[in-house]
Design a protein around this ligand. Structure first.
Ligand SMILES: [Zn+2]
Length: 116
């Protein structure tokens, strides 16, 4: 079976890696000290990554307000469900908001509009 993680966690990991990529690109500018144009390009690229990550973080905040908060039946913690099916943020227990999907095997595809 494929491994799924909570959507919010996935986006959060993406935003975090974007920050690191931004810093690595900016750090890369040091190697092109002689070429001022390249330094500027690297700095701008790094800055774009960091700004992008900030935007993604803002997007997570927006998504979180739309997500439904539920108590995970497996670990008892409060977690957020995004879409029809999602995973618990703490123990990766599959959760659904749709009663017709209870007992069915977890499938990320239930979130696409085609299956509605
Ligand atoms: Zn859980």
């Amino acid at each position: 079976m494929k491994k799924y993680t909570s959507k919010i966690n996935k986006i959060r990991t993406f935003a975090l890696s974007l920050i690191f990529i931004g810093f690595v690109i900016m750090y890369g500018a040091i190697f092109f000290r002689e070429n001022q144009a390249l330094v500027i390009i690297f700095m701008v690229l790094g800055l774009i990554c960091i700004i992008g990550s900030t935007a993604v973080y803002a997007w997570i905040g927006l998504l979180s307000t739309r997500a439904v908060q539920v108590v995970c039946p497996n670990c008892g913690k409060h977690t957020k469900v995004l879409g029809r099916v999602d995973m618990c943020m703490y123990c990766n227990e599959p959760l659904t908001l749709d009663p017709t999907l209870i007992g069915k095997e977890f499938d990320q595809r239930y979130n696409t509009k085609k299956n509605r």
